[in-house]
Design a protein around this ligand. Structure first.
Ligand code: PRP
Ligand code: MG
Length: 212
């Protein structure tokens, strides 16, 4: 039997919300925590638990058909992937932040500065548009620690509640973009699987409507 292959975040903030919306859609998934792949008992779907940053490549390769993923990840590395639905949860910003003690007037203050981030493409595009040149230091996590250990002058990362910035004595100075969870679709999806996706989309729309 043909199944729709969906990627969701393995662990992290999107994971729970993604499973929740599938559940609300009436899709039950047999879910051993350490299993990286699971099937639904009542819907032709297979779930792959993957790292956020790897999901765009899986979609491009057509190894998975769809994914629930942060729009920000697609903006960073999602060329050639379509978004079919904004899902309204996991809302966040991608922002630039500097130490609280730094006097900050405008984005020009980043000229010649070192910025630590996991979102290099997004930062480069933003700064280029503003005519600012900065050095990027690319790291995969715990970005907010960088200014405190002398690795960078500022950071660019996801801000949700703002508590990570606060705990690390940083202040948000530029909101580069706003993001939320979206349903992304591989351009390689087959017609047969597209038909299953249409059914899923129908259910998702009802769930989102009921949530309003
Ligand atoms: C994410 C993100 C920020 C933080 C934002 O990190 O990278 O650091 O959450 O959320 P907040 O504004 O509510 O504090 P995460 O905890 O996922 O860890 P990681 O960066 O090490 O992957
Ligand atoms: Mg973090």
């Amino acid at each position: 039997m043909t199944k729709l292959r969906i990627a969701i975040q393995k662990s992290g903030r999107l994971n729970e919300d993604s499973l929740e919306i599938l559940k609300n859609c009436g899709i039950s998934i047999d879910n051993g925590k350490d299993q990286l792949k699971a099937s639904s008992r009542n819907f032709p779907m297979e779930v792959f638990y993957l790292r956020n940053g790897d999901i765009p490549q899986y979609l491009r390769d057509g190894v998975v058909d769809i994914a629930i993923i942060g729009e920000n990840v697609l903006i960073e590395k999602g060329q050639g992937i379509d978004i079919t639905e904004k899902l309204g949860f996991s809302k966040c910003r991608v922002s630039l932040a500097v130490p609280k003690s730094m006097k900050y007037t405008s984005v020009k203050d980043f000229e010649g500065k070192r910025i630590a981030t996991s979102y290099p493409n997004t930062v480069i595009a933003y700064l280029k548009e503003k005519g600012v040149n900065a050095d990027l230091h690319i790291i995969n996590g715990s970005v907010e620690i960088a200014p405190n250990i002398g690795l960078a002058d500022g950071i660019c990362d996801i801000v949700s509640s703002g508590s990570t910035l606060f705990k690390n004595n940083l202040k948000e100075v530029e909101v580069m973009l706003k993001s939320e969870a979206v349903l992304a679709v591989s351009q390689k999806i087959t017609d047969e699987r597209k038909a299953i996706l249409t059914k899923l989309q129908f259910r998702i729309k009802s769930v989102l409507q009921a949530r309003q």
